[in-house]
Design a protein around this ligand. Structure first.
Ligand code: FPP
Ligand code: K
Ligand code: ZN
Length: 508
């Protein structure tokens, strides 16, 4: 049970704050309670009270924000009757329910889903990824995923959102990751690497960025997805003559100008927009940092292209209290999926800053220092996820916020965010990096034979992971989920296995 039944709820107090803001009318059945000490759980005041600083100008935006803050506060402050809170006021992760939800998402979908038919490859990735983070062995889906992926591949390179659909950068990224997650030769061999390389060449633009599909828009999703695909599949960087970026001089490759493209997406707010001169959004911040982290050592590349202090200021402004979760952009509401898109930026930023201490940051040298502690409230995010994002009344699954239905997309990214909040990723500075290829802390890694390929992989940034620990752990140890690689968003060993498989190949 949530709280002793005779304990009055502090939401009464907060409700009145909201009512005053809206014009002061009071409802008769609500009495103002100010004198009790609450809650009995160890929940910091910031998650039980109402924000001390609020926008006094009443607009649709401020009203929506007040409503959601109050609604989330009810769950985060330990007041919900369905959730069972531990002594820290944190509920358990309903792992089994979420696992069931995601297995079901891999089966047939109801008719209404025809509206998202062009996202079938995404559904595959979201469900397989969510299951993986929850600790399920997804290799049983190897055959099915390989067959489905084959049906989505085009002879002209890349994967569509479904069979007989135009190849798209985002759906190709999703399929490649799904194949990496189920793993094994049967899955890897589905990918026509030569065709996908040709297709990427045709998408590469003279200004450094990538179109997301032939004739389509050029944006930062294209930049991140292309970098991930190139790396995981060990594609050659050479440009084919049919590329719009080809000059005939041999001075350009698939990654030329990509960092500069990302730089042009940083906005006046400090965040990152989908393309130059647009609105900063958290999903694009992750794309920017992920892309840059694949161009070299993150501690060197990120500060070379981005104003890191202004980006940190913008990212920090995305976390709200009492909700604890992140919003995607200025003046918008918290949403569980930003646990990944925004939360997932922090390991990359933290790695960039600690590399700066070791002399890694070549440009902004002197202006960056390692973060003395977590750059965001991991506690707040974990509270938001476990209190507000679990659908426990029905079939399980994770959601955007209370009142919304769970879905595979939110399940995947809420769990990714939980994983990054529960773990600490550190980057070994380039000069300290040993010969031995990556071993990722708590994850057992697959044995790799020493070969030219492994030696090449050893030149990549080396990430190590540990359980995050600072003070008390508010969640039950059984609710720790698997660590996932901060750039590829899949477990370290899956990333290593697919890369090593293709690194070992001579040519296509
Ligand atoms: C706004 O939605 C959302 C966006 C502007 C960008 C969404 C992009 C992604 C989630 C992923 C991109 C990354 C890859 C790798 C393909 P909204 O207005 O519904 O939400 P908001 O109010 O929270 O901004
Ligand atoms: K949203
Ligand atoms: Zn969302």
């Amino acid at each position: 049970m949530a709280r002793p039944s005779n304990t009055p709820s502090p939401s009464t107090r907060n409700k009145n704050i909201v009512d005053q803001a809206k014009g002061g009318e009071e409802e008769d059945e609500e009495e103002i309670v100010v004198s009790h000490i609450y809650p009995s759980f160890m929940i910091p005041d910031i998650f039980t009270g109402y924000p001390p600083v609020r926008d006094a100008l009443v607009t649709d935006t401020s009203v929506a924000q007040d409503q959601i803050a109050n609604e989330c506060r009810h769950f985060v402050a330990g007041e919900d009757d369905i959730l069972e809170y531990n002594e820290h006021g944190v509920p358990r992760l309903s792992r089994d329910k979420h696992i069931r939800f995601l297995h079901l998402a891999l089966g047939g979908l109801p008719g209404g889903f025809v509206a998202v038919d062009a996202s079938r490859s995404w559904f595959l990735y979201w469900a397989i990824s969510g299951l993986t983070i929850l600790g399920e062995d997804v290799s049983r889906y190897r055959n099915a995923v390989a067959e489905t992926a084959r049906s989505m591949q085009n002879d002209t390179g890349g994967f569509g959102g479904g069979g007989r659909q135009l190849s798209h950068m985002a759906t190709s990224y999703a399929v490649v990751l799904a194949l990496a997650l189920v793993g094994g030769e049967e899955a890897f061999e589905v990918i026509d690497r030569k065709a996908i390389w040709r297709w990427l060449c045709r998408l590469k633009q003279p200004d450094g960025g990538f179109q997301v599909c032939l004739g389509g828009e050029e944006d930062i999703r294209g930049a991140y997805c292309a970098a991930v695909i190139i790396k995981l599949l060990n594609l050659p960087l050479d440009l084919a003559p049919e590329s719009p970026a080809w000059t005939g001089e041999g001075d350009k490759n698939l990654l030329t100008g990509l960092g500069d493209y990302v730089r042009r997406c940083q906005t006046f707010e400090g965040g990152i927009s989908g393309h130059p001169n647009a609105e900063a959004h958290g999903a694009y911040a992750f794309c920017a940092l992920g892309c840059l982290s694949l161009l070299g050592h993150p501690s060197q590349v990120i500060p070379r292209y981005l104003d890191v202090p202004r980006l940190i200021a913008w990212l920090s402004s995305r976390q709200y209290a009492p909700e604890g979760g992140f919003s995607g952009r200025t003046n918008k509401l918290v949403d569980g999926c930003y646990s990944h898109w925004v939360g997932g930026c922090f390991p990359l930023i933290e790695a960039c800053l600690s590399g700066a201490a070791a002399g890694g940051a070549d440009l902004a040298a002197g202006s960056l220092t390692p973060a003395p502690e977590s750059l965001f409230s991991r506690e707040g995010l974990i509270r938001y996820i476990l209190c507000c994002c679990q659908d426990l009344t029905r079939k399980g699954g994770l959601r955007d916020k209370p009142g919304k239905s769970p879905d595979a997309y939110h399940s995947c990214y809420v769990l990714s965010g939980l994983s990054s909040a529960q773990h600490q990723w550190e980057l070994v500075p380039p000069e300290e990096q040993e010969e031995e290829p990556a071993s990722a802390g708590t994850e057992p890694t697959t044995a790799t034979t020493r070969s030219a390929a492994a030696a090449a992989a050893a030149a990549d940034p080396l990430w190590v992971v540990l359980p995050y620990f600072e003070g008390v752990q508010i969640f039950d140890q059984r609710d720790r989920v698997r660590p996932i690689h901060p750039v590829y968003a899949i477990p370290h060993r899956n990333q290593q296995a697919i890369r090593n498989y293709f690194l070992a190949k001579e040519g296509f």
